[in-house]
Design a protein around this ligand. Structure first.
Ligand code: ZN
Length: 474
């Protein structure tokens, strides 16, 4: 098993490296100019008209500005050296969205259990079909989910992987699929049941030693999806300790369905004893805390990931985001898995989230469109610990950005770019998605997309349905 794992990591590392070489043929980089630019950098509260981005040949942002680009000395020199120019007049450019909580493999189970809250839904999906996954399923389903997110403008995803399918090689398909895709990812790893902590640590160290984030690499880091969150004993304590030893973040589902919220809150002393308090631990959902708990997590620097589409779909509830932010809790956003947020569209996610808050508070105060965009980009990147590379448009970061055409389909004149994006646009307005300065999506078409994937997924899901129908219900 160990030899197999080493081989896999080494093989994909080589593949990623070669991909990087092949895609860096452009010698002088590119100047993107003329767009209305929302950098979403901290402190920047208005869009830059006639904004420009200078992207280096290796896919990083070299300069950001507005007005005449040749007034910038760096850009002037590059233009003199023959840098290519892409004219984006009439378009809006913003950083790619970051999803702080996703389960990519669920992409092929949309519409399942439409009347179920979390537990009936889990019964209908994980517990009914999870045991019937076979070789290749996790890989195909993960690719399906990542393509879907890319097409909607999610350039970085946090893949909270799952252990189904009954074997470690099958589990690893989720990881291997990601390494072959253009979308950047942080992989939340689940330990294999029954292996020692030492073996697990060595597996994680191997990945961390072999793969480094870079403008051309999809890999942004590892995180931990702890098994011990749902188990007694000291498993969670050991998992959090190992994550801290390796400098990884941890994310666990917590306080999602209303029906179980009292028993979830009763787990809080156990979770604290295991070490969950700290900036490196985030909670997916965190909808139903009590006041003392909120004060504790805010003080400790924990974050929560808000998933409005999924929380609405499953009837989980609306977290008091305004209250969390006022208390000092860190908040990021996610589109969750596509079986509970059946459209993985961050435009829908920010719009629904903001409207839901306003419906409850019955006024339009508090969070504004620009705040929502920043939550789903920079703030989420901070929660994941990847803000030095992605989440805003700033020199030194990777050139991951969206080109939005508010006239295709037409939304009328743009009065306020952030408001147009959040109130009036959808992913239909996405003209292009760039990752590392490379255009990976054009009008919904993904570069290098496996066109046979849809049919392959249909066959695989049909087989899973047939096997499950023939088996006794769990
Ligand atoms: Zn989840």
């Amino acid at each position: 098993m160990r030899v197999g794992f080493y081989w896999r990591v080494a093989a994909v590392a080589v593949a990623v490296g070669i991909g990087g070489l092949l895609t860096s043929a452009r010698a002088e980089g590119t100047l993107f100019r003329g767009a209305t630019l929302l950098t979403l950098a901290d402190g920047e509260t208005v869009a830059r008209n006639e904004g420009f981005l200078l992207v280096s040949e290796d896919g990083a942002i070299e300069a950001v500005g507005a007005g005449d680009p040749s007034a910038d000395p760096v850009v002037k020199g590059r233009l003199a050296a023959g840098t290519a120019t892409v004219e984006l007049k009439g378009k809006i450019v913003m950083p790619g969205f970051v999803s702080g909580h996703s389960h990519l493999w669920q992409s092929v189970f949309r519409g399942i259990a439409p009347d179920g809250e979390l537990h009936p839904w889990l019964r209908a999906l994980h517990w009914r079909y999870g045991g019937f996954l076979e070789d290749g399923d996790f890989g195909a389903f993960t690719r399906h989910g990542a393509y879907d997110q890319l097409r909607h403008g999610v350039t970085t995803t946090y893949n909270h992987s799952h252990w189904l399918g009954k074997s470690y090689p099958r589990y690893l398909e989720q990881w291997q699929a990601e390494l072959t895709l253009p979308q950047r990812f942080v992989f939340a790893w689940v330990n294999e049941a029954g292996v020692t902590d030492a073996v697990w640590e060595e597996r994680l160290r191997t990945v961390l030693a072999e793969l480094k984030p870079g403008p051309k690499s999809p890999f942004l880091g590892l995180s931990m999806n702890p098994r011990g969150a749902h188990m007694g004993g000291d498993m969670l304590t050991r998992e959090i300790a190992l994550a801290r030893k390796l400098g990884l973040t941890v994310q666990l589902h917590y306080l999602e369905p209303l029906a179980e919220s009292a028993q979830d809150r009763a787990q809080w002393p156990r979770l604290k004893d295991a070490g969950v308090l700290g900036r490196d631990v985030s909670f997916a959902h965190f909808i139903h805390p009590d006041a003392p708990m909120l004060a504790e997590v805010a003080k400790a620097g924990n974050a929560m990931i808000w998933n409005p589409l999924s929380n609405g779909r499953l009837g989980s509830g609306l977290p008091d985001i305004r209250g969390y932010l006022a208390a000092g809790m860190r908040v990021g956003m996610g589109v969750d898995g596509q079986a509970s947020a059946d459209i993985s569209d961050p435009f829908e996610n920010v719009r629904l989230g903001l409207y839901a808050l306003r419906l409850r508070q019955q006024n339009a105060g508090g969070l504004q469109p620009l705040d929502m965009l920043r939550l789903h980009t920079l703030r989420t990147a901070e929660v994941l610990g990847v803000e030095r590379w992605v989440g805003s448009l700033a020199p030194g970061k990777f050139a991951d950005f969206l080109v939005i055409d508010p006239q295709q389909p037409a939304t009328g004149p743009v009065w306020d770019a952030a408001a147009t994006l959040v109130f009036a646009c959808s992913s239909r307005n996405l003209a292009a998605v760039y990752i590392g300065g490379r255009k990976v999506v054009t009008d919904g078409r993904i570069e290098g997309e496996d066109t046979g994937l849809a049919a392959d997924v249909e066959r695989r899901v049909k087989r899973i349905q047939e096997r499950a129908a023939a088996a006794p219900k769990p």
